[in-house]
Design a protein around this ligand. Sequence first.
Ligand SMILES: Nc1ncnc2c1ncn2[C@@H]1O[C@H](COP(=O)(O)OP(=O)(O)O)[C@@H](O)[C@H]1O
Ligand SMILES: [Mg+2]
Length: 306
Amino acid sequence: MTNTDMRPRLGAVALSPAPEGGADPAVVCAGLRKRYGEGATAVHALRGVDLTVQRGELLMLVGPSGCGKTTLISVMAGILDPTEGSCRILGQDMTALAPRPRAAFRARNIGFVFQAYNLNPALTAAENVSVPLRICGAPVREAMRKAEAALDMVGLGDKVESAPGDLSGGQQQRVAIARALVHEPQLIVCDEPTSALDHANGQRVMELLRRVGTVDGRALVIVTHDARIFDFADRIAELDDGRVTRVGTPGALAGAGHGATDPGPAPDGEDMPAVAPCAGPVDAAGGAMADAPHGGNGCRPSAARP
Ligand SMILES: Nc1ncnc2c1ncn2[C@@H]1O[C@H](COP(=O)(O)OP(=O)(O)O)[C@@H](O)[C@H]1O
Ligand SMILES: [Mg+2]
């Protein structure tokens, strides 16, 4: 993949019009709590999170494994309801929406890159990327043309016809990123988007996400433990045991020592073997429908990890 492969060319194609950036912050979380299960076995994944993401901002979430990053990002993307507290996304209280308008809101406004990619193995790469556009009502040919342009943008212009199972883990991850970008959503939420990418591809994907995801009042939230990409962030929020412990610029937090202690997977680039694709149900934003940040579609995050 060359640098020119990664140029954001979405602006050159006539994508479905995204709503104008409004005055509201991209995300406002207030007093968020999330509990899985009941009684003695209950897991308190979020224990009171207050966090705002401004439009035009790239916020990273870091912290040790199990501290609640995926849970928080899932609430921020409107695919998981908190047990207590509120989360306004682009000015909209998601819990106030019935399931169908909520799915439509997500489809139009939010792009989600899952830790386990969640590509449909029965569809080609281009068909996978076209899903958000199709759900937004784009005709097949237009959706496919834009999907192919988005794949070209992430350096996979020669893989449009490939099935996910024939792609490496890193390539599948880039298909998932193209799917999150293709409809130019106002909010892009990514769970470990560079975990399967080598250094060069990780940097290029971040340059692309940063350029496409923070213009025109858009915002980007990225969960990562990949220290090589911290400098792309405007701010980094550190989580520990379901709470935000620190928020600051990469420089300020680097001076104080990052709390990103999750060792995570070693990036393994293009030569890594393909991982088994996830076949869970996909919602309008390309998101798993189950009420769980992971596991709900039978795909544990570890499925995507070496
Ligand atoms: N669907 C679920 N059911 C029960 N517990 C869960 C579920 N999803 C996550 N958890 C638990 O919630 C806590 C936070 O998980 P998660 O948000 O995935 O953390 P992280 O992404 O930081 O590793 C962990 O203890 C995890 O085991
Ligand atoms: Mg996680």
